[in-house]
Design a protein around this ligand. Sequence first.
Ligand SMILES: NC(=O)c1ccc[n+]([C@@H]2O[C@H](COP(=O)([O-])OP(=O)(O)OC[C@H]3O[C@@H](n4cnc5c(N)ncnc54)[C@H](OP(=O)(O)O)[C@@H]3O)[C@@H](O)[C@H]2O)c1
Length: 245
Amino acid sequence: MRELDRNLSESPTFQRCAIVGAGRLGHALAAALRDAGIEVEGPLGRGAQPRAEVVLLCVPDGEIQAAAEATAAQLVGHCSGATTLDALGDREGFSLHPLMTVPAGAKAPFEGAGCAIAGTTERALAAARGLARALRMRPVEVADADRAAYHAAASIAANFLVTLESAAERLAATAGVPREHLVPLARAALENWAADGGEHALTGPVARRDEATIARQRQAIEERAPDLLDTFDALVAASRVLAEA
Ligand SMILES: NC(=O)c1ccc[n+]([C@@H]2O[C@H](COP(=O)([O-])OP(=O)(O)OC[C@H]3O[C@@H](n4cnc5c(N)ncnc54)[C@H](OP(=O)(O)O)[C@@H]3O)[C@@H](O)[C@H]2O)c1
């Protein structure tokens, strides 16, 4: 029996893996896996040939196929949220997407984070689950057909939230109110949503059905930041649906 088979049959978490791609996620995952007691090779750069039988690709989405083709490992995984398993070709493989934002040079808080996993075989899926659990993340299997919707949800939850807060910051600045004053409000709204869900957490003029105030807000945006009007209108419409629920 080869080493990997022995490892996976003994425990859901194998003891050794290589990371290819020495960027933000590659560095963070290598450090976290080492902290979890897993022997890690890398993060390795282009052209390196890992010795480990399990290889985790932390390369840009468009490079996954080429990087997978370049490795001879038994099991290859990628870390992209939007990419399906097809990118691994006909290799036995898996995907493992931490639902966490990982900036450059920072230790990422993987513990407690969600983690979308998928595998071309039960063994590959078990490898993904084992890695996620070793990092104390919460693995959830996401099928290829659901991948784009799942990733869009992640973008809305994190990326668009930042875009939205930045829009609020711009508008507040026109009234002489700095960002720090918005932060406790934004945190409280997020915590309320996390605890109770959107239907209970929504407050403000839309929840109160205060049409006069919504109209005054809209007029102020038209005067001070007209490029935000479409976003405002779309969010008012979406908030009305939530308020009805
Ligand atoms: N960062 C996050 O918050 C985050 C979170 C979850 C998932 N992810 C996923 O993680 C993956 C990597 O993202 P990232 O943010 O870590 O990207 P990144 O910081 O841009 O790092 C990518 C690294 O891969 C290297 N690379 C590119 N092509 C390669 C190849 N063929 N062989 C070996 N190395 C190669 C790049 O080297 P060069 O500089 O030489 O090109 C770079 O060091 C993506 O699939 C992304 O969707 C990222």
